[in-house]
Structure formats: C-alpha cells, structure tokens
Write a protein that binds this ligand. Structure first.
Ligand code: GDP
Length: 445
C-alpha cells in the first residue's frame, strides 16, 4: 500500500535535490506535483487542498539552514503535515473508570468488523485484560458462528444468543452482555454489530439503539481502506447516523492507494486508532501517525538524518566550516578531522551515508564503509604535528613513517589518507564554485 504515492513523492523530492534556494516558482511546481500525487492516491479533494496549502505556506517561510538543504526541508514539512493529517499523536483507547469498558464496532458488512473483534480481543488479552466478545450481528447468517470462532482463536469468552432461539434482539443482547461481563469479571466488552453492504437507515437505527442501550466508552468505526473515495462517504454517513469516537482502518495490506487513511481523520475529525494489515489475528496494531507518515514517504531514514543533523550541527560552526571549505586551501587536516568527528557523532557512518538523498544507488559501496576506518583515519591525523595538519604538503617520506608508527598503521595507509585529503580539498574547491552537495555545510550557495 502507498507505493505509488511513495514513488511519486520521492521523485518530487529528488527533483529538488539539485536546487540551491527554492524560488516561489519551485515551491509552486513542487506543490502541484504533491497535489497530483495525493489525488492519484484517492485522497479526498478538500483534504488535498488543505494539505497543499499548508505545505506551500510553510515552504515559503523556511529559513536558510546550514544543516538542511531545501529538498530535506520540504521532506520535513511534508512529513510533519502527513503526521498532522493522520491525527498527530497516537490516540490510545480510553478505559472506563469503573469496568467494564464497552467498545462498540460499527461499519459496513465486509469491512472486517468481526475479524477486528477477534484481533482487538487478542490484543487486549495480551495486555492483561479479560475481554468478552459480544455477537450483536444477528442478521447475517453465520455471523454468530464466525464470532465464536474468532473468540476461540483469540482465547477469549463470547456472549451470544443461544442458537435456535429465533433471531433475537441485538439491543437486548448488548444490554445483557454488559450485565454478564460485570458478573463474570470481564473488564472489556467488545460488541460486534450488524453491517450492510451499503449504508441504510435500518442499519444506522439499530446501531444507534445499541449505542443508547449500553453507552459505549468508545464507538469504533471500522472501514476497509481498499474502498477508496467511498471510505469518506461511508464515514460521513456513520458519523451522522451513529457517531463514533475513533476509526479502525482494515485491509491496509491490500494494494489500495491509501486515500482512505489520509482522508478519514480530516473529514470526520475522529482519530484513526487501529490498523489491520491481514487476515491473521496478529496482523493488527495501534495506529501511529508518525510511523505511517514515514512509511508513506518511504524516507524514514532521511527523516532521522534530518533530525540528527538539526540536533548535531551547530549553525555557527557549520558556517565557519563552510567558508573554509569554500576557499579550499584554507581547509586543513584539523578541519577534516573535526568534520569527520561531527559526522561520527551523528551515528554509524554507513547509516548516515545511506540516508543521504541519492545515496540509495550506492548501497553496495556503502556496505564496505566501516566506522573503524574512520577511527583509523582519526588516529593517523592525531599522530601528526600541528604543522603537518595545517600544511599537509610537508608530509613526505620520513614524516610518513613516523606518523605510521605513531598511529599503528602502515605507511601505505598514511599515503592513502594524504591523497584522499588532497582529493577532498579539490572537490571542495569545485563545490564552492557552484555544484554543491546536499546536506553538507557550504554545499549551497
Ligand atoms: P465484517 O462483515 O465486517 O464482519 O467483515 P469480516 O470480518 O467478516 O471480514 C471480511 C473479509 O475481510 C474476511 O474474508 C476477512 O478475512 C477479510 N479481512 C478482514 N480484515 C482484513 C485485513 O486487515 N486484511 C485482509 N487482507 N483481509 C481482511
């Protein structure tokens, strides 16, 4: 799920990578692309409009940062807005002060309600609760049977009208189940209600009657993420017909485009609380807006890099370094060491390089990068005299031997480092003449 959206957004960001500063025209073009990406993912139009307006406003207001390049800043803004639209904070289940906590599930037939009842029961049981599953779908043949199977798999008790007792009254079953739960020390009651293939008044009235009879602590609206734009209409109908406190998205494992996930919170004002990702009982978890946004952007790594860079880079230091690098010659081995240590502080080098935009294609080479190499380089530089560090050109034959001995490496390694340093110095000169490496101080001008 979300693959198309991820791909599109990633390509929007990669086209920004080469940019120095973002002009208003760049921002407009980017926002247009984001808009198309969201619409193609079946996100509801009002949601798309709001989303893009926010991104545009924030992108125009970004300050020039030494730590982040424009593409990274836009990624960060889009990520923040995605989290926001998905509900911000994770919304946890509210338990009643006096048990039992009553949870009522509502949604269309086939949305995955009964399966969800089982998942929720298992999830709660694993956390030490003693849930009771209640079968109030007395219309669909086999619904009671299906719930009993779920209960068995989830290893929880089930409350259902006796078979052969006629159709039964779901409102009465719900009411009695809560009494039963109190007597039997169940601390959570999960009521599975009847669904229809489409929205209808009878369905809404029955759900509302059950709600009135048991005053649930949470009414959860269950919606199949694969129904695309219809998710929004269905959610609105249930909002008016029954009302609900939270949303459960099911079938997120399908190849849906993800529009439901991105629209439903915004349109109903109710948080997504759980997500279902398969037919098995364990394919289920609480919904975390930040993780979902990371998945959509497929850029969790870059976001981490961005955060680390923001935390680690001292803007003033970075500016000083940038001006040294720009001059090329002013860049000494001491600076080289400082910079390496700065990078080292941000985490394992392999991860770090892997996180840089555009480094994806270089994964194989990156896998050979070792933090120990960095430490060896640091040791070599530390074995040099201040004069040698400031003026690496003087590092010749006997000096090289002394440095190798001092740092416990071979002369070849010292030679290689000096060569690499001169290459880096050359590259910096070129960079300062206009090219730029994203994310590196001084890489933008
Ligand atoms: P209900 O009519 O709302 O009670 O829906 P069911 O619980 O009977 O689910 C309808 C179908 O969807 C069943 O075949 C379930 O196995 C399947 N299903 C439920 N949740 C998921 C899910 O998260 N992923 C997938 N792939 N299938 C699901």
């Amino acid at each position: 799920m979300f693959e198309t959206l991820s791909d599109r957004l990633t390509s929007v960001f990669s086209s920004l990578r080469a940019k120095g500063r973002l002009s208003d025209a760049d921002i407009d073009a980017t926002c247009r692309e984001i808009r198309i990406a969201l619409l193609e993912a079946d996100v509801a139009l009002p949601v798309v409009k709001d989303f893009v307006a926010h991104v545009k406003e924030r992108a125009r207001g970004v300050e020039v940062s030494q730590a982040l390049n424009p593409a990274q800043q836009v990624v960060k803004i889009v990520n923040d807005e995605l989290i926001d639209i998905l509900g911000g904070e994770t919304r946890r289940l509210r338990y009643a002060k006096t048990p039992p906590t009553v949870l009522m599930l509502a949604g269309l037939q086939g949305s995955g309600k009964t399966t969800l009842a089982g998942k929720l029961a298992r999830w709660l049981r694993e956390q030490g609760h003693v849930p009771l599953l209640v079968a109030c779908d007395l219309q669909r043949p086999n619904a009671v049977q299906q719930l009993s199977v779920m209960a068995e798999r989830a290893e929880v008790a089930v409350f259902a009208p006796e078979p052969g007792n006629g159709v039964g009254d779901p409102v009465e079953v719900a009411r009695r189940s809560v009494e039963h739960a109190k007597r039997q020390q169940h601390d959570v009651v999960i009521i599975d209600t009847a669904g229809r293939l489409g929205i209808d008044q009878e369905l809404m009235r029955q759900a509302a009657d059950i709600r009135d009879a048991v005053s649930p602590d949470e009414v959860l609206f269950v919606v199949d993420a694969m129904i695309g734009q219809d998710a929004v209409t269905t959610a609105q109908a249930f909002m008016t017909g029954v009302g609900f406190d939270g949303v459960v998205l099911t079938k997120l494992d399908g190849d849906a485009r993800g529009g439901a996930a991105l629209s439903v919170r915004h349109v109903t004002g109710r948080p997504i609380m759980f997500a279902s990702t398969g037919e098995k009982l364990e394919d289920f978890d609480a919904f975390h807006p930040d993780r979902m946004a990371g998945r959509i952007l497929d850029m969790g790594d870059i976001l981490t890099l961005i955060e680390q860079a923001q935390k680690t880079f001292d803007e003033a230091e970075a500016a000083k370094m940038a001006s040294k690098m720009a001059s090329g010659d002013g860049f000494t081995l001491d600076d080289f060491l400082d910079q390496m240590m700065m990078v080292r502080k941000m985490g394992p080098i392999k991860n770090l390089l892997g996180m840089m935009p555009g480094m994806g294609q270089m994964r194989d080479q990156l896998n050979q990068v070792d933090d120990k190499d960095l430490d060896r380089i640091a040791a070599i530089i530390r074995s040099m005299t201040p004069g040698e560090r400031a003026e690496p050109k003087i590092i010749k034959g006997s000096r090289r031997e002394r440095i190798a001995r001092g740092s416990g490496v071979t002369v070849t390694e010292v030679n290689n480092l000096v060569i690499r340093f001169f290459e880096a110095q050359k590259m910096m000169k070129r960079m300062s003449q206009g090219m730029g490496i994203p994310g590196m101080p001084g890489g933008r001008r």
